[in-house]
Design a binder for this molecule. Structure first.
Ligand SMILES: [Mg+2]
Length: 176
């Protein structure tokens, strides 16, 4: 595990560069927050996160950005057991963990109604391009990760969020 405080400081520095940052950051679980599929493991296995995840999550909390989960894991009981074991359950304002054939639009509709955060104020990370495509259509800035959430993906997310926010197509901005 990389030093959490060091990653947190770097993530805070990154956020300081941008005039607008998301109100809510939503994460997939498998191969986004942790490097495995829950359904291939048992509840008694020890869970672990990608090395920079915790620092990034702490930086977001420090900036009062809310966190949520959108997962299509077919084994939500294992996923929630792991979140508890990792002591991060209380960091999330919404946890949508259920399997369906869709591309997570249902997960995001639930998150939107629970949090009242507009889609264009959300940032989403996932390792499955189908989910990225589907959730983008809602107006959420959605970032494909290939090696889990890390500072590189985080920087890309903040950059794209800021670009989308300032895009003329973004008509739902406050004051417009
Ligand atoms: Mg995944």
């Amino acid at each position: 595990m990389e030093d959490v405080e060091k990653v947190k400081a770097e993530a805070l520095q990154l956020m300081g560069v941008f005039q607008v940052i998301p109100k809510l950051v939503v994460f997939d679980l498998d191969h986004t927050l942790w490097p495995f599929y829950c359904e291939c493991r048992s509840k008694s296995d020890p869970p672990y996160l990608f090395p920079q995840v915790k620092g990034i999550m702490h930086a977001l909390k420090h900036k009062r950005v809310d966190l949520a989960i959108a997962s299509k894991s077919p084994t939500p009981d294992i996923a929630t057991t792991y979140l508890n074991k990792l002591n991060i359950t209380s960091m999330f304002v919404a946890q949508e963990i259920f399997y369906n054939w869709g591309n997570k639009k249902d997960h995001f509709q639930n998150i939107q109604s629970k949090t009242s955060v507009p889609y264009n104020s959300m940032l989403f990370f996932d390792d499955d391009d189908k989910n990225i495509q589907g959730v983008s259509e809602l107006g959420v800035t959605s970032i494909l990760v290939t090696n889990g959430v890390n500072l590189g993906a985080f920087k890309e997310g903040l950059t794209r969020f800021s670009q989308n926010w300032n895009s003329p197509k973004n008509k739902n901005k406050p004051g417009k």
